[in-house]
Design a protein around this ligand. Structure first.
Ligand code: HEC
Length: 128
């Protein structure tokens, strides 16, 4: 009860939104949705021109990318792709295969990249 009151005061959500957040156990679901929307926006603005989750475009389909690439390498790859090619054989091989040097996004923070990861993972889940 106390939690939904805080949400109400902070965000000025409508009664309907307040009820929905209660149904999903307080702030957790709300915060997940907010982070995910951020991830979606960042993905659309920076990545979607070359990547889809499920289809190969200019770049590989990203579903399951975390099984192929440890997160520390992902941060490096997104922020400074040149350095990542030197550290990761996997990425060096992909670069050869696609014959494209990946953009670097030095302005994306780890937190931004975490939001993008969360969005890709959520979008990769099979539709029930
Ligand atoms: C201009 C096109 C382009 C853009 C924009 C782009 N990528 Fe890529 N991406 C590629 C290509 C091509 C590869 C293949 C590897 C290479 O060329 O270095 C790749 C590879 C990857 C991989 C490794 C693939 C795998 O499945 O193992 C990840 C992860 C990735 N990109 C994430 C991103 C994210 C996140 C963004 C946005 C912040 C982004 N890319 C923006 C073209 C792009």
């Amino acid at each position: 009860m106390g939690v939904s009151a805080i949400i109400y005061l902070r965000g000025g959500f409508s009664i309907a939104a307040k009820d929905e957040s209660q149904a999903f156990c307080g702030t957790t679901a709300e915060e997940a949705v907010i982070a995910n929307n951020r991830g979606k926006e960042l993905f659309s603005a920076n990545c979607a021109s070359c990547h889809s989750v499920s289809k190969e475009l200019t770049g590989p389909a990203l579903a399951g990318f975390e099984k192929r690439l440890p997160v520390t390498q992902l941060y490096l790859f997104i922020q400074h792709s040149k350095k990542a090619y030197r550290k990761s054989k996997y990425l060096a091989r992909l670069k050869k295969e696609y014959d494209i040097e990946h953009f670097s996004f030095p302005s994306l923070t780890k937190a931004d990249i975490d939001d993008i990861r969360q969005y890709i993972n959520a979008a990769s889940l099979p539709i029930p």
